[in-house]
Design a protein around this ligand. Sequence first.
Ligand code: HEM
Length: 451
Amino acid sequence: MPTDTHSSTIRRARTFPVRQVLPPLLRSPLQALEDLSRAANGEITRLSLGVFRPYLVTHPDHLQYILRDNAENYRREGLMWKPLSRLVGEPSGADPVWPVKRDVFMHLMSGPNIASYTNEMAKAITDAVEDLGRRVKPGEPVDAMTEITRIVYRAILQLFVGDRLTRDDVERLGNAILTATTSSFRARMLLPFVPHSIPLPGDRAFHRAVREVDEIVYPLVHQARREGAGDGILSLLLQAKGPDGEGLSDKDIRDGVVSIFVAGTETTVTALTWLWVVLAEHPQVMERMREEIEQVVGLDVPQREHLPRLSYTKMVTQELLRMYPIGWIIPRVVAEDDVIDGVRMKRGATVIVSPYLTHRLPQVWPNPHVFDPERFAPGQRRHRFAYLAFGAGPHKCVGTQFFTVEAQIILSAMIPRLRPALYGPPTARLQAGLTLKPDKPIQLTLQPVVS
Ligand code: HEM
């Protein structure tokens, strides 16, 4: 990749004018971005929105350069990072404590560690699924997101906060985080140039929600300091040493707990909510997955040993995140002038990096709108930066393996016990916010199997 900033062959990025960008973006942001990305055809372009003129970068070679090869020049600032920093603390690589927190997360989410708690997590998930089976009336619709959230919270309770929070507290924390990431978040993200001194609708709800998060998490941190080690992320953060060799501050520990909660729950819940829409549209995929799960796990509690044999189930979740990459946008800001593939990248400009757009480029993924888990069958080859559901480079998702294990367990506990099916036609559409949520509730009917 040429990076000589003085060469005479350097050109400016082709720019889409404001009249071509703004009206469709206001009508339907995702569709507009997808259309512009197709028109750019893998070339680096700029979107003119008046004073705000982000680069649009979709080609895997260029993404490799931005996310990995020259990652230090492409910082996590602006767009969603600004509102997010008010909730989770500074998410940028510029924060000296971030590598310490990242090490803690990576340790907790490492293969051997996951293996050590998989069976315990599977038991918690199965209990939650069985509770759900006892609560519902066969055939009566339930809200998919609410119920998957309950199951995911049971899965992560022990791991994230040890035994220090009750289930009700975790639900309260989850609700506060959900309010924070939905209230003014979308507006702040789509209008990054509006200063925080100018109030936007939803700002007050956002601040109230952040206060509530603090009211739940700070006492946890204080209690853990007083009582010493326990389980989970909180204790690991308490034991960690910062870059100055001292322990982390209360604020750093609070930020670490909230970060992993934000990054690890809503993403999983949203993905596993969309799944039922996809399966309703592709009954043959559902049938094959059900057969695999029934053969490998049946009505047993899923175990670590089952997971390698749930390969089709894994392929389905991978393809799900290709078409519905929940972390749909991972923007960056150019730190210093640079050149990518002959195109000048101006210091201070925002760069839109979007797994959603790259996953839908026909030259990268043939027939991108066709849902086909076989794309992830063993032996399939592709550019390493074609699949970005979990990001890449120094900020790559630390929860990739955890998500895969958690999803395999949730599906293999739910499908044979509850026989979930979408209620009504699949009419929900993607809505772009921090994540890719459905624009209306997704309902399921369950047919609990009496054991
Ligand atoms: C459907 C599931 C998930 C998706 C789609 C997803 C997606 C992503 C993406 C795209 C990034 C990269 C952000 C960037 O480069 O700026 C990321 C980072 C991260 N993810 Fe995930 N994630 C998922 C599940 C999880 C889980 C289960 C956890 C933890 C339990 C987790 C923890 C994190 C953390 C801590 C980071 C920040 C890493 C860093 O900045 O160093 N994620 N995730």
